[in-house]
Design a protein around this ligand. Structure first.
Ligand SMILES: NC(=O)c1ccc[n+]([C@@H]2O[C@H](COP(=O)([O-])OP(=O)(O)OC[C@H]3O[C@@H](n4cnc5c(N)ncnc54)[C@H](OP(=O)(O)O)[C@@H]3O)[C@@H](O)[C@H]2O)c1
Length: 432
């Protein structure tokens, strides 16, 4: 049987992993793909750049269209990514390949999250396939899990640690009582954080991945711009110490929930009980915790990035594509996508950790408790620190409350003469 040809766009971290796996496991891949996969060309920016892998120079090209327009190449693998604040040229390459009826495998969360409708329209026009297991949580097989293994379920909740950089940073901040700035500098030195860390630390990267995951899990058209996001820049070692004392850990969680009528999708630092399965996911590891109506609780854990883990997901998608090509079928259409209106963050409900700096005076606690009570915010637990000093810290955990009511209470509290500062507010998830 003739090999199936693959055009590989990009030979950086992910592209190199794809190349290496295709060489290293070629026999097994050929068996599982019902025929071998052969890289017919590799797009790079610079032909002469030293590479992590040995690729025949004759395969390297700087001309993407020579691969995308080649009728002998049915699979295009896009691993060039996005840089400089634009999704071009990755978006155009993917769309052109899909319109031409090719099977496109991509690791590019940003293009998928920002241009999903355009991509699906191109897919429908060309009747090829679009595969993106690697775009969310790297080596963890979560997209396929939702599309296939969990297809019988109504997903109720998904909560993920899907950004390795921030998980690494929060783990070190908690374990070593280090500040955000100190850990960021270290993470950048070690190559865990980009020179411009904004997309990771402000929650954008996790929001792209959440939009993709939630759109599959809830069969919904999720507008990534409507996904609420809040990064980890305001988290301090003090918050992490209070969390520990209250029996919690802090993680940057990507959360999506559906009650059947409305969907919420949000990314923010979150306190979860120390006994929650996500609490022990540390360093650069990723995990996705899922609650389905039939299956109950599940958790997927593994490496969310890296050359070989991400390459593993890309090559598995290539094997799927090869099967579809051999059988002469286009890939399943990624299901149904209902237009959806996401709940505004003010309509969501949660428990909250609230850290206030107040003057040390009799009656202060009663004053604050009264404001909470009048705004429908009830207190589950409280810690007071620093008696006989100014200011004193009051750290509260509330019962479940609608964010709108919480914000109304905080607006009043910040203006109380006895309150020096609202030091931090962090949402709390998971059973108490
Ligand atoms: N890194 C990870 O662990 C990981 C995990 C999951 C998903 N992803 C996603 O995978 C994609 C690739 O990430 P990466 O870390 O592999 O990126 P990378 O190391 O920066 O590699 C990008 C590759 O694409 C080539 N390239 C970039 N722009 C190009 C252009 N305009 N024309 C031609 N070639 C171009 C580069 O060529 P040169 O080598 O010649 O510069 C390089 O080989 C991104 O979408 C990323 O979000 C990455």
């Amino acid at each position: 049987m003739d090999p199936i040809k693959v055009g590989l766009l990009g030979l950086g971290n992910v592209g190199s992993g794809v190349w290496e796996i295709l060489q290293r496991n070629s026999e097994q891949i050929a068996r599982r793909a019902a025929g071998s996969l052969e890289v017919a060309g590799v797009l790079v920016r610079s032909i002469d750049k030293p590479r992590q892998v040995v690729v025949p120079r004759s395969l390297l090209t700087t001309d993407a269209w020579s691969l995308i327009n080649d009728p002998e190449i049915p699979i295009i693998v896009e691993t060039i990514g996005c840089s400089g604040g634009t999704t071009e040229p990755a978006r155009s390459y993917i769309i052109a390949a899909l319109k031409a009826g090719k099977h496109v495998v991509t690791a590019n969360k940003e293009v998928l999250a920002k241009h999903a409708n355009e991509l699906y329209a191109a897919l429908a026009e060309g009747r090829g396939g679009l595969y993106f297991e690697a775009a969310v949580a790297g080596g963890i097989p979560i997209i396929k899990a939702f599309k296939e293994s969990l297809a019988a379920n109504k997903t109720q909740t998904l909560m993920g640690i899907i950004n390795g950089t921030t998980n690494y940073m929060l783990t070190r901040m908690a374990n070593e009582s280090l500040s955000f700035a100190d850990v960021l500098a270290d993470a950048q030195r070690l190559g865990y954080a980009e020179p411009d860390p904004t997309s990771d630390v402000e929650g954008d990267d996790a929001a792209y991945k959440l939009a993709i995951l939630a759109s599959i899990a809830f069969e919904a058209d999720i507008d990534v711009n409507q996904v609420y996001r809040e990064g980890i820049t305001k988290i301090t070692p003090e918050d992490l110490a209070y969390a520990e004392q209250l029996g919690f850990v802090v993680k940057l969680l990507a959360i999506a929930k559906s009650d059947g009528d409305a969907i919420e999708a949000r990314v923010h630092p979150t306190m979860i009980p120390a006994k929650h399965p996500l609490a022990s996911v540390n360093d650069v590891f990723n995990a996705v915790f899922v609650q389905g109506d039939a299956v109950g609780d599940l958790m997927f854990y593994g490496r969310g990035a890296g050359s070989l883990p991400t390459g593993s997901a890309v090559v598995a998608d290539c094997i799927d594509a090869a099967h579809n090509i051999r059988r002469g079928v286009s890939a399943p259409r990624n299901g149904h996508r209902e237009p959806s209106k996401l709940k505004s963050i003010t309509e969501t409900s949660s428990r909250y950790y609230i850290n206030l700096r107040v003057v040390d005076r009799p009656g202060v606690l009663a004053t604050i408790a009264a404001v909470f009570g009048e705004s429908n915010v009830s207190i589950e637990s409280m810690i007071q620190k620093g008696q006989k000093q100014d200011p004193v810290t009051l750290a509260f955990v509330t019962h479940q409350v609608i964010e709108r009511d919480l914000q109304a209470a905080l607006d009043r509290i910040k203006d109380l003469p006895v309150v020096r500062e609202i030091y931090n507010v962090i949402r709390v998830e998971g059973e108490a």
